[in-house]
Design a protein around this ligand. Structure first.
Ligand SMILES: Cc1cc2nc3c(=O)[nH]c(=O)nc-3n(C[C@H](O)[C@H](O)[C@H](O)COP(=O)(O)O)c2cc1C
Length: 187
């Protein structure tokens, strides 16, 4: 019996619709083909306002506190954010400022980001990875960046982005062998 992998995906976009959310859903779908998942999305579009009003963890409303606690207890965090001014949005950082200082230590984190332009693809390496490095998380080697041109509106077709998502899933899935879906026998 596989043990479900608790995946908590954080969407750092406070907007709807959200390409970052579309990317998260594609990553979860890809991982879900390989692993038994117990997944949850923490969506800034739902919690950005109460989150922003809380200066400390103690000031968080119960519903948002539960989402922060879910991040802390995840087996795998997908940290996905849109690029704002060359980095992640401030409210995304504020969320992780309220996560316990050592709660992400040794926790696998899959990085993802979307931006208007390909020129900011290294936001994964120069902004997101150092943040999670500070938190002592185990950031997975391959993250996924997507620019607006990679999407067909708010959909992901069968182009280069789908290939990058497959690669990230192929590299991530073997790390969670205890949650692997049983292989289907060929008829
Ligand atoms: C305030 C703001 C700043 C942005 N700054 C950048 C930027 O520096 N580089 C970039 O490539 N895109 C930038 N963008 C575009 C967004 O990153 C891009 O549209 C992203 O996919 C939006 O994600 P969402 O659809 O999940 O909200 C910016 C957008 C906003 C609203």
């Amino acid at each position: 019996m596989s043990t479900p992998l608790k995946v908590v995906a954080v969407n750092g976009s406070a907007h709807q619709p959200s390409r970052t959310l579309v990317l998260i859903e594609a990553l979860l779908a890809g991982l879900g083909q390989r692993l038994v998942l117990d997944s949850r999305i923490v969506d800034l579009s739902e919690i950005a306002r109460p989150l922003g009003a809380a200066l400390t963890r103690a000031e968080l409303p119960a519903g948002v506190e539960a989402q922060v606690a879910a991040i802390e207890s995840a087996d795998l965090v997908i940290a996905a954010a849109p690029v704002y001014r060359g980095s992640f949005p401030g409210h995304f950082k504020h969320l992780f400022d309220l996560v316990g200082m050592t709660a992400l230590a040794d926790k696998p984190v899959l990085l993802a980001a979307t931006g208007g332009s390909d020129r900011h693809a290294l936001v994964l390496e120069h902004q997101l990875r150092p943040l999670f490095g500070f938190l002592q998380a185990l950031t997975l080697p391959i993250g996924v960046y997507a620019s607006t041109a990679d999407f067909d509106g708010y959909e992901i077709g069968e182009g280069a982005l789908a290939e990058r998502i497959r690669l990230a899933v192929d590299r991530a899935a073997p790390l969670f062998a205890a949650s692997a879906r049983p292989l289907r026998r060929a008829a």
